[in-house]
Design a protein around this ligand. Structure first.
Ligand SMILES: C[S@@+](CC[C@H](N)C(=O)[O-])C[C@H]1O[C@@H](n2cnc3c(N)ncnc32)[C@H](O)[C@@H]1O
Length: 205
C-alpha cells in the first residue's frame, strides 16, 4: 500500500512493528528513487503510534487487525490520527463469511462449526488463526471515534477461493472488474473473505 500510494503522488508514512518486514519494505522503496522521496518508514506499534491527533489526511490499515485480539483499541488509536475531512480505511477479515472457504474446500466439519457459532476466529491463508469483524461492528467503532462510515465493500468474494488459479493478464483484469461490481452489492458483498470499511471525519467549517 505504501508503494501504491506513493506512486499515485501522495506523501506516505508507513509504520510496521516487525523489523524484518520494515527492512523488506525499505528495500522495495529504495529501489524506486522517484517514490522514495515521498516515503517515510518507521518502526512502531499500532497501540502506541507516535503521531499528533489529526496528523494524516488518510489512515490506511489493511490486513492487520485480524491478527490482533480485537479491533476496539486499534481503531481508536487509528481514528484519532485522521484530520478533519480525512478518511480511515480498514481492510480486515469479514466475520459474516466465516465457514464459506471451509465449505467450498470440502472441510464441512469446520464449516458447520463456524457457521453455527458465527465464531470470529478461523485459520487464514497463511495457516495462522485470524479473527473476523462484522462490517456493522467496524462502522460502530468508526462512529464512537467521531467518524462517519461510508458504504463498506466486500473484498475477495470469488477469487479468494481459487487456490490453483493462474490467470492470464486478461482473466485477472476481468476477475477484478467482477469483484469490483460485486463489492458494493448485496448479497455478494456479505460473502467477501475481507471487509473494507471506510469512514470520514467531517471537515471543520
Ligand atoms: C498481512 S501484513 C499486511 C501488511 C500491509 N498492510 C499490506 O497490506 O501489505 C500484517 C502486518 O501487520 C504487522 N503488525 C502486526 N501487529 C502489529 C502491531 N501491533 N502494530 C503494527 N504492525 C503490526 C505485521 O508485522 C505484518 O507486517
Amino acid at each position: 500500500m505504501v508503494l501504491r500510494l506513493a506512486a499515485a503522488g501522495h506523501h506516505v508514512t508507513g509504520v510496521e512493528k516487525s523489523a524484518g518486514m520494515l527492512t523488506s519494505a525499505a528495500d522495495r522503496v529504495a529501489a524506486d528513487p522517484e517514490i522514495a522521496e515521498r516515503v517515510t518508514l518507521a518502526e512502531g506499534d499500532i497501540y502506541t503510534l507516535p503521531f499528533e491527533d489529526g496528523a494524516f489526511d488518510a489512515v490506511v490499515c489493511h490486513g492487520v487487525v485480524m491478527y490482533l485480539t480485537d479491533s476496539v483499541a486499534p481503531l481508536a488509536h487509528l481514528a484519532r490520527l485522521v484530520a478533519p475531512g480525512g478518511v480511515l480505511s480498514v481492510l480486515t477479515k469479514n466475520q459474516l463469511a466465516v465457514g464459506v472457504r471451509e465449505a467450498l474446500s470440502g472441510d464441512y466439519a469446520s464449516a458447520r462449526a463456524q457457521i453455527e457459532s458465527g465464531q470470529a476466529a478461523s485459520v487464514g491463508n497463511l495457516g495462522i488463526t485470524t479473527r473476523g469483524d462484522t462490517p456493522e461492528h467496524l462502522d460502530d467503532l468508526a462512529r464512537v471515534n467521531g467518524l462517519t462510515p461510508l458504504p463498506w465493500q466486500g473484498v475477495r468474494i470469488f477469487h479468494d477461493h481459487r487456490t490453483d488459479w493462474k490467470p492470464t493478464e486478461n482473466e485477472y483484469r476481468e476477475a477484478l472488474e467482477t469483484e469490483w461490481a460485486a463489492s458494493s452489492r448485496s448479497p455478494y458483498r456479505e460473502l467477501g473473505r475481507l471487509v473494507h470499511a471506510v469512514a470520514r471525519r467531517e471537515a471543520t467549517a
